[in-house]
Design a protein around this ligand. Structure first.
Ligand code: SAH
Length: 247
């Protein structure tokens, strides 16, 4: 008998499991899940509530507005999940902003366990006690972690081999080489007096590659200069080996 490796699995801990699969069932991601290229499970945090009022949250120690998710309730929910080396991630505006390098890393592993916060978030002791990593979708505040969890899962799943039709389609996109993608064009040749750049119609592949590289650099320089300085920084800290060192 052969045992197959389980597919990449996302377990979502949430107070709103009805929000899933949501967008994760649309188009290629939905098809890929039907083909068991990845799996999704949800855990209702409320099933681990305490007391006769089935409480999941309480008022913040020290006062202030809103409610905080209780560490005992959230820990029980997390402890009910079989981990299999998967990282536990709390979607949080205080986390490290998600980027493509992190997505690639997560997509290459066995999957993720994602905690979606609500209210003012979770008790800090839960994060400490379960060694939870915090990941942010960006510098803005959502009402809950569910949209962020779906974004993270979508970004990972499209990198799983077999999910996108042509694997080449992820090789040249934004962030792959530390740059934003070059501009894309399609038919018609003339749109409201705007032409496709002639080089793209020249059939000269070397010239097209050079043009795309130049454009990618130009866009990155004007829109996201931080990406270029990140690259410079990592080149300085991890210098590329000299030719002689290549085996
Ligand atoms: N009081 C918190 C915000 C709570 S928002 C603070 O100021 O940091 C409620 C929940 O939404 C959070 O627990 C988190 O799970 C989710 N959330 C909000 N903004 C987010 C973001 N930018 N990225 C990821 N998750 C976010």
């Amino acid at each position: 008998m052969t045992y197959e490796k389980p597919p990449w699995t996302a377990t979502i801990l949430t107070l709103f499991p009805d929000a899933f699969p949501g967008l994760l069932d649309v188009s290629i991601l939905g098809r890929a899940r039907a083909q068991e290229l990845w799996a999704l499970e949800t855990v209702q945090i409320r099933d681990f509530a305490v007391g006769k009022h089935a409480t999941v949250d309480d008022t913040p120690a020290g006062g202030g507005p809103g409610m905080v998710m209780r560490p005992d309730v959230v820990s029980s929910a997390v402890d009910s999940v079989s981990k299999a080396e998967r990282p536990i991630i709390y979607l949080s505006p205080r986390g490290k902003p998600l980027n493509q390098a992190k997505v690639k890393d997560l997509a290459a592993g066995p999957g993720v366990i994602l905690l979606c916060g609500r209210f003012e978030g979770v008790d800090e002791r839960f994060l400490q006690a379960r060694n939870v990593e915090e990941v942010s979708l960006g510098d803005f505040v959502l009402a809950g972690g569910e949209v962020a969890a779906q974004a993270l899962v979508e970004a990972c799943v499209r990198l799983i081999p077999g999910v996108l039709g042509a694997s080449a389609s992820t090789a040249e996109e934004s962030f792959e080489d530390g740059l934003l993608e070059y501009p894309q064009y399609t038919k018609p040749r003339n749109f409201e007096d705007l032409e496709i750049p002639p080089v793209l119609l020249s059939g000269d592949h070397a010239k097209i590659a050079q043009w795309r590289r130049d454009e990618a650099l130009k866009f990155t320089r004007s829109r996201r200069p931080d990406l270029l300085s990140d690259q410079l920084h990592s080149a300085r800290t991890n210098p590329t080996p000299k030719k002689d060192d290549d085996r």
